[in-house]
Design a protein around this ligand. Structure first.
Ligand code: ASP
Length: 309
């Protein structure tokens, strides 16, 4: 068996980012994931370790770099799923942990629940002594101040705010999927959500089957406008197609095509891996930086940047 780790840095326009900087983060994330597999860790260890690196980068919309809501407050969603045990854990609208993906794993492993939200989830992070989030970055606060007057802070439909988020290219949620050397699959996702979202809004990244899904056939993680991904159940749909006999590549393309037929372009992307270890990334946005590395590869494969950055 040949372990493989796949990660992405979010679907969007990717107009305002430094390509080298993002490539470097993706590479370190892939290395963190593959090192876990080389040490004999599970697919779950690999996806969580890879996602922590993305959360800690500070330049992506997750963990340290998370965007803020319409009141300028930080609330994050994250989820993990272990395809071998069929168990999942997620956190929604959390503010406390530096690494929401770690808290999502704790929810899966230490509680009988699947999703913990808001103050309860923060309480668990506090009780577990998890590192505390230092608050929004200067870059995020600057964007917030610049755009908050243009946003519609009262509408829960927040179409205008999604438009702003898209213009800013701020759909850079992160995620990872992996197949380990024993054939187990896992998925992890983490996000600050959509900039200027209505306070209390929860996106797809906290919902198994929407933002993340894994079973014994495949694992997938989504990014894009959560309100659309929750309705197409994008990752569940893609993994189901693998179960029906399609390869990861065809399954991702078919699931995304269905999603696009419902919600149009510029709405979503996903990364996927099947039990044969085939990795793939598909998106209907201008870009979705993603990459993969296998246990026997020296250098990772990186793709999905826009033509010019
Ligand atoms: N899917 C995330 C959300 O809607 C956003 C993203 O992918 O950037 O919360």
């Amino acid at each position: 068996m040949n372990g493989v780790v796949v990660v992405h840095a979010g679907a969007g326009t990717w107009r305002f980012f430094n390509r080298d900087e993002v490539t470097k983060v993706i590479k370190s994330s892939l290395r963190a994931g593959i090192e876990a597999l080389k040490r004999g860790g599970t697919a779950l260890d690999a996806v969580v370790n890879a996602t922590i690196v993305l959360e800690d980068s500070g330049i992506l919309n997750a963990g340290l770099g998370s965007v803020v809501d319409a009141l300028g407050r930080l609330t994050m969603d994250a989820g993990v799923m272990d395809g071998y045990t069929g168990r999942a854990g997620a956190v929604a609208a959390v503010t406390y942990p530096k690494n929401p993906v770690v808290l999502a794993r704790k929810v899966m492993e230490l509680t009988d629940h699947i999703i913990l939200s808001g103050s309860g989830a923060d309480e668990l992070a506090f009780r577990l002594n998890l590192p505390k989030h230092p608050g929004p970055t200067e870059r995020v606060l600057k964007l917030y101040k610049e755009y908050v007057s243009k946003a519609d802070p009262t509408s829960v439909r927040f179409a205008k705010n999604v438009k702003i988020a898209k213009e800013l290219g701020m759909l850079d949620t992160v995620g990872a999927v992996a197949l380990d050397n024993d054939g187990r699959l896992a998925a992890a996702v983490s996000t600050g959500g959509i900039i200027l979202k209505f306070p209390g809004r929860v996106g797809d990244s906290a919902i198994p089957g929407a933002g993340f899904y894994a079973d014994r056939y495949g694992a997938a993680v989504a990014t894009g406008v959560g309100e659309t991904i929750m309705m197409s159940l994008l990752t569940y749909r893609a993994v189901q197609l693998i179960k029906e006999g399609y390869t990861a590549i065809t399954a991702a393309k078919m699931a995304l095509q269905f999603h696009t037929s419902l919600f149009g372009k510029d709405t979503a992307g996903l990364i996927i891996v099947d039990r044969s270890g085939t990795p793939y990334g598909a998106y209907n946005t201008q870009a979705m930086p993603w990459g993969y590395i296998r246990v026997d590869m020296e250098e990772p494969y990186i793709s999905g940047f826009p033509e010019t950055t």
